[in-house]
Design a protein around this ligand. Structure first.
Ligand code: ARG
Ligand code: ZN
Length: 894
């Protein structure tokens, strides 16, 4: 029998708690199978709730040993338990009581990786969103902010390092080979930011000064063998500190800041106050094991968690519906940071292109992951109105679309206006738990702007469509641009209000140069790019003073998270591919042109790739004036996930065939050009992580991919030679990825050699798993990927209990290989249900992520729907289904 559906929590039901916690003193006697947690807290009546009502605590998977209030056990009638909620009546009039609760937990049995758990013999915690209640009883909500002191008591041999938030007060030995450490966090914090680590680790340390001259100790803690892979994370941390000081005037507020790497971790990383805990994937990097992309990811995740110290920790969320308050804002901040870092490395000449490359990366993610979410059964506004399981709402919508919403504010208010809004936000809300309205109100007040209509971005789901049409009037030399918007209905939201959509645009003259823009009524022409704010269903903008009909370039820099509907013929797309002065739009023109060809070919309405497309593509390929990183972007196909979303009936098989066809064609007709490009993109000397080098390597690797796809013998020989001689992971893995596209002995030998070389290196093996799980079949003779994935589950290095392994092998197959996952015989779907059910029993968060791979099943062909439905139903009927998976599958079937 399936478990009962979790109740739905509504945003409008928010109520402050009657009792809050002022101080909490925690003592941990750490033992792998029976850790004793003694929690003494000072509970106080909450003036915001008039102090009427019981003390409410949450506890989950805890064995309660004792509970007392001011030293007295509550009477049976004063204590009620309902699921994870514990309510205690305080009979007297006291304003404050001391509540002591002692519990036992079993970290070793905790396979959920939420709460206190073991990884490789060490103790680690993960509390966001609701993991703290799996450690002790507590009013586990972000609006309860308390001062924490923590004492850790553990075996000295097994756990020589004992860490928690804040400052180390004292440490010393205890009898029986044990030792202890006592930590105090000087800042008030919500329970989700609590952390402890007790493990055998070593640290890379640096002492630096903050802008105001305070000395702070920075540490990156890892297992001993990984000490040579921490330098880049440390550098990234220091760069992040400097950036936040100069960009937002925000300084580190602690005497020490620690990053700890752990191999078993459900997501990327966690911003616990002063003690960030990271997935090893986003800390460890050295040339032999990490690619340029890994280096980039380490930098941006380190920055993201560091930036949370202000946007998330100093000012936190009142309730979990406000998650985007911290996540959207912090993603925006890390995106800006990465763009600035890239621009700085590129120098003044290359800065604009470098920024565009970063923007393209971010928009690719948004289109491939967030647009489909917005078009499916899990669609939700960046501030959701309801949820069954909050862990399901750490989504591309809350994070990536949330960041787009902040970016629009930045665009509309300008960098200075935005900074003023941030300053005001901190001046009002530092030390508080607040809402998205509080943030936007501060932005509005600091800029004297009315942002009421802008708030629809927080309350409406779905991807808006922006329709544009232009009319040229030769007689008056004017061009009228008509812009209209509409958002298709989403579950529970039939009607949509018009949004404020910033539309950055330019008009390109026939000579390929931007025109100076002058709206009717303006005295003179101005800049060549400007931002129009569309705020009603339809608006017209008349540009005057034009000599000839211009070509519009709309949504420059992707100024709003919308789908642009604009009729452009092939010639116009080719023109913009060659001339658009906005590098983002230049890339986007290439994407649109490819998309058109791929979808026409998938839909059977196009037999051959048009010559004009190949010519436009060749021009980009050979344009040495363009930065290699940009060319690598412009010559890459749109993401499969995005293309599926663009098909009226999603047909993964047909799409895959079209992608294979186009890739092969471009590989073979341009084989000579690709080979020349590969040769031109060699990076001499020792590996260094630098964006300029990374761009060249990315382009060289792309050349190999196209050549291998086309089965070009010379290209394959280049890949083989590169694979054999590579001195860094970017080149070695790039070559392997090319070789792995062609079935046969060379493929298997290369995979085998790679496996052998990195047998002891779990993070590198993740790449090896992912590469095979993501494999396309370039010939009918090739082995179906599902069979390989199945076989790889028996590899000794694979484990269902390690999230990185699951994401690499199963996640890549389910979420990034639609063509193979949706094999017509339905084998992928049966395999999916088996794995979701297996994972559900041990780690609901990971299971739920995998479950989401089929949520958009109703968009597929009838044959595929018929194959998927019974598997969704099988999962829904599974015994002991977690609320996490139940919500996803329930919504998919409803
Ligand atoms: N706050 C963390 C971050 O964005 C992520 C926490 C995710 N938690 C979860 N239950 N999925 O950096
Ligand atoms: Zn975050």
């Amino acid at each position: 029998m399936r478990t009962e559906q979790a109740p739905t929590i509504q945003r409008v039901d928010y109520q402050p708690l009657a009792w809050s916690v002022e101080r909490i003193d925690l003592h941990f006697r750490l033992e792998p199978t029976g850790t004793i947690v003694t929690n003494r807290m000072v509970c106080v009546r909450n003036p915001a709730a008039a102090g009427v009502g019981p003390i409410r605590l949450w506890g989950e998977a805890l064995e309660r040993i004792s509970l007392s209030i001011d030293g007295v056990e509550p009477s049976a009638g004063a204590l009620r338990e309902n699921g994870s909620l514990l309510e205690i009546d305080v009979a007297g009039p006291e304003q404050s009581v001391t509540l002591e609760v002692v519990t036992r937990v079993n970290p070793k049995a905790n396979t959920t990786l939420s709460g206190l758990y073991l990884s490789n013999g060490g103790f680690f915690t993960q509390c966001e969103a609701e993991g703290f209640r799996r450690i002790t009883c507590f009013p586990d909500r972000p609006d309860v902010m308390a001062r924490f002191t923590v004492t850790l008591d553990a075996d000295r041999e097994a756990c020589p390092v004992l860490l928690s938030n804040g400052n180390l007060l004292e440490q010393g030995d205890l009898p029986d080979g044990r030792h202890y450490a006592k930590w105090e966090d000087p800042f008030l914090k919500p329970s989700y930011l609590f952390a402890l680590v007790a493990a055998k680790l070593v640290a890379l340390e640096r002492e630096v000064e903050t802008a105001s001259g305070r000395k702070v100790l920075l540490q990156v803690w890892v297992e001993e063998g990984n000490l040579d892979r921490c330098e880049h994370a440390m550098d990234s941390l220091i760069h992040s500190m400097r950036w936040d000081e100069t960009t937002f005037g925000l300084e580190l507020d602690l005497d020490r800041f620690m990053i700890v790497a752990v191999a078993d971790f459900n997501m990327g990383a966690m911003e616990n106050k002063g003690l960030n805990i990271f997935n090893t994937k986003f800390v460890l990097a050295k040339p032999d094991t990490a690619t340029d992309i890994d280096y980039e990811n380490v930098e941006s995740v380190v920055a993201h968690e560091y930036f949370h110290n202000w946007t998330g920790n100093r000012v936190t969320c009142r309730d979990w519906f406000q998650l985007t308050l911290k996540e959207g804002l912090t993603v925006f901040r890390d995106q800006q940071f990465s763009a600035d870092m890239l621009a700085r490395a590129a120098g003044p000449e290359g800065a604009a292109s470098a920024r565009a490359v970063k923007r393209i990366d971010d928009v690719r993610v948004l289109r491939a992951a967030q647009f489909p979410e917005d078009g499916g059964p899990m669609a939700h506004p960046i501030r959701p109105d309801s949820y069954q399981e909050i862990n399901n709402f750490y989504t591309a919508t809350v994070y990536e679309k949330g960041a787009e919403v902040i970016r629009m504010l930045h665009t509309l208010l300008g960098p200075e206006g935005f900074r003023n809004g941030m300053d005001l936000y901190f001046s009002y809300h530092d030390g508080c738990a607040v809402t998205c309205d509080d943030f936007v109100d501060a932005m509005a007040e600091a800029n004297g702007r009315d942002l009421d209509q802008f708030m629809h971005w927080y309350s409406q789901s779905g991807t808006p469509r922006l329709r544009a049409a232009g009319a040229w009037d030769a007689a008056s030399g004017s061009y009228t641009l008509s812009l209209s918007q509409h958002t298709p209905p989403t579950p529970g939201e039939a009607e949509k209000q018009p949004l404020v959509i910033p539309v950055a645009l330019g008009l390109i003259g026939p000579d390929g140069r931007d025109c100076a823009l002058q709206l009717e009524g303006e005295a003179q022409p101005g800049a060549t790019t400007r931002v129009l704010a569309l705020n009603s269903a339809e608006q017209h903008f008349r540009f005057v003073g034009l000599a000839a009909e211009p070509v519009p370039s709309l949504l420059r820099g992707f100024s709003a998270p919308v789908i642009l509907e604009l009729d452009e013929d092939d010639a116009r797309l080719a023109f913009r591919m060659a001339h658009d002065s906005d590098p983002f739009n230049r890339w986007d023109a290439a994407q649109r042109y490819s998309e058109r060809i791929i979808l026409a070919s998938a839909g059977g309405t196009m037999q051959a790739v048009p010559e004009a497309f190949v010519a436009a593509f060749r021009t980009l390929l050979e344009d040495t004036a363009l930065d290699p990183a940009f060319r690598a972007q412009a010559l890459s196909m749109p993401a499969e996930g995005f293309l599926l979303e663009r098909m009226s009936v999603a047909d993964p098989q047909a799409l895959r065939a079209a992608l294979v066809g186009l890739t092969r064609h471009l590989g073979s007709v341009l084989a000579g050009e690709w080979r020349a490009l590969f040769a031109a993109m060699q990076v001499p000397g020792e590996y260094r992580y630098h964006p300029a080098d990374a761009g060249r390597r990315a382009l060289a690797n792309l050349a190999l991919r196209y050549l291998a796809a086309a089965g070009d013998a010379e290209g394959l020989a280049l890949a083989q030679a590169r694979f054999d001689a590579a001195t860094n992971m970017t080149e070695r893995f790039g070559a392997l990825a090319a070789l792995a596209q062609v079935s046969g002995a060379a493929r298997e030998a290369a995979l085998q050699a790679f496996h052998q070389r990195y047998l002891k290196d779990p993070l590198v093996l993740d790449k090896w798993f992912a590469l095979q799980a993501g494999a396309w079949r370039w010939s009918d003779a090739a082995e179906p990927t599902v069979e390989r994935v199945h076989a790889l589950m028996s590899d000794p290095a694979f484990s269902l209990s390690n999230p990185n392994k699951v994401y690499a092998l199963l996640g890549t197959f389910f979420r990034a290989n639609a063509g193979e996952f949706h094999a017509a015989d339905g084998s992928g779907h049966v395999f999916w249900a088996d794995q979701v059910i297996a994972l559900n029993a041990t780690n609901p968060q990971v299971a739920s992520r995998m479950a989401r791979a089929l949520e958009n099943w109703r968009r597929y062909t009838p044959e595929l729907q018929a194959s998927i439905r019974p598997q969704l139903e099988r999962v829904l009927a599974a015994e002991g289904l977690s609320p996490d998976v139940a919500e996803v599958v329930g919504k998919a079937l409803s």
